[in-house]
Design a binder for this molecule. Structure first.
Ligand code: GUN
Ligand code: FE
Length: 461
């Protein structure tokens, strides 16, 4: 037994180390070191495997996934508004700016109350973990204290998290009861937030990172945007915001600056490597080239795009341009906390983008982008795992040596969730497709982040 190995996991695993294909590791042994990092994957045809299994079993460090169970990498959800959890599924018939004013801003303003924030954030992190999300990128509210609390809660629960304090300082664009008091106070809070989250990270197991988070250009003054770009550079931290989400945002920014959202964000210094730009369905090929050059990440949020964007983001084009792309639930522009649901929606909306949808027009006049547009469910899984890891520059999302061991164990034979398909079609791709399309929260039984068991529903009853 190698000195370094502290745990070993025996079972069958699916992952997508390379975009476009999946790997099925049947009866494989994954060795995990003391830091929660994958040391080695020993396949069943490796002559050393049997002896290793015995050694780990005798040492009491072997975990067997068990019959009818499969391991998938923990999900990487790269766009979640934590304070919007109580409004998930609400007011989605409204356009974005009405939804924000009517529902979102009144709700987010309540996170001045730390007891309320504590209750909501604990529940949200639990719900995300229960659905296999081991890495999450959060936007907090505009309050410094509750945004630090969110980072503390993620850290205490063991979830890897990137957390921002949302900035929205423009008095002309935000209600008086919910906005940053001034440019100076906003920028001071951003720096305090970075310092506080970096302090939490120094004692963190899975990692908690600060994110410079202007809500989006329409809610921020020029001074704050420029100041946040400077702070991001000085502290060398992540940035996140909404970009090119809809026609309204596109037009407002163009009118204000005489240039589009992506160029305006670039010129404020906000397009750094791994800066996370949510949505982007309106991103032109030229803007996409600029994103690829700068190493910017797009958070694809298919549900929110369906409600608020009047458009579908062309993910295959983004990928072929060399842009980092990950998947986000966008709670609560997307109603579901489940990355499974978002994988499904990513596939479905890509099919509509491929063909166009108005059947009263001839097929070639329906506005579809044609061949090469659709996402397969395997590609969508990559976006939700390995793609998210690459998008954030973190070694997560696959079962490869050197990656953090983030695992969700899916049971395909639950009483009310039988995903075996009677074994009529039982090739690895059939098993994987049923898991991705049909599983529910109950099928996800155990969740590990960085080698630590965070949820064990078998024990929870
Ligand atoms: N643009 C600015 N704020 C938001 C938000 O909270 N959700 C979404 N989807 N878009 C935004
Ligand atoms: Fe969003």
């Amino acid at each position: 037994m190698s000195q370094n190995v502290k745990q070993a996991f025996l079972g069958s695993f699916f992952h997508t180390p390379i975009y476009g294909s999946f790997e099925y590791l049947e009866d494989a042994l994954i060795e995990v070191d003391a830091a929660g990092v994958i040391a080695r994957v020993v396949r069943k045809d490796d002559p050393a495997q049997a002896a290793l299994i015995n050694t780990y079993r005798e040492a009491g460090v072997l975990t067997e996934l068990g019959e009818n169970r499969y391991g998938l990498p923990g999900f990487v959800d790269i766009h979640v508004h934590a304070p919007q959890w109580p409004q998930a599924a609400l007011a989605l018939d409204e356009p974005l700016y009405v939804w924000l004013e009517k529902c979102t801003f009144p709700l987010e303003s309540k996170f001045a109350d730390l007891d309320f924030a504590d209750k909501v954030y604990r529940d949200l992190v639990n719900q995300l973990l229960a659905r296999g999300s081991t890495t999450t990128v959060y936007l907090g509210s505009a309050h410094l204290e509750s945004s630090i609390l969110l980072a503390e809660i993620c850290n205490a629960k063991g979830q890897r998290a990137l957390v921002g304090k949302t900035v929205m300082d423009d008095p002309a664009a935000n209600p008086p009861y919910y906005r940053d008091a001034s440019v100076q106070s906003a920028l001071a809070d951003v720096q305090k937030h970075i310092d506080a989250v970096e302090a939490i990270n120094r004692n963190s197991w899975a990692g908690v990172y600060p994110v410079v988070t202007p809500r989006f250009i329409p809610s921020c003054t020029d001074e704050v945007l420029k100041g946040m770009g400077d702070i991001a550079a000085k502290n060398d931290v992540y940035v996140q915001t909404h970009c090119n989400e809809g026609q309204w945002e596109h037009d407002v920014v163009l009118e204000r600056f005489g240039k589009t959202d992506p160029y305006a964000l670039r010129d404020f210094g906000l397009l750094r490597e791994h800066a996370i730009m949510a949505h982007c369905p309106y991103l032109t090929p030229e803007e996409g080239e600029m994103f690829a050059e700068l190493g910017v990440t797009i958070a694809h949020c298919p549900m929110a795009n369906s409600y608020f964007s009047s458009a579908v983001a062309p993910i295959q084009r983004f990928r072929s341009q060399g842009i980092h792309v990950g998947l986000g639930t966008d709670i609560s522009g997307g109603y579901s906390p489940s990355m499974y649901e978002n994988i499904r929606q990513a596939v479905l909306v890509s099919r509509l983008l491929e063909t166009g949808v108005n059947a009263m027009l001839p097929p070639d006049a329906r506005g579809g982008l044609g061949e090469g547009t659709r996402l397969s469910v395997v590609e969508a899984l990559w976006l939700a795992t390995k793609g998210g890891g690459e998008a954030l520059g973190l070694p997560v999302g696959s079962f490869q040596p050197g990656c953090d061991f983030d695992l969700q164990v899916v049971d395909v034979k639950r009483r009310d969730g039988d995903l075996t398909g009677f074994r009529v079609f039982d090739a690895p791709i059939d098993r994987l497709a049923r898991i991705l399309y049909l599983s529910s929260v109950d099928n996800v039984r155990k969740v590990y982040c960085n080698g630590k068991l965070l949820r064990d529903k078998d024990l929870e009853g």
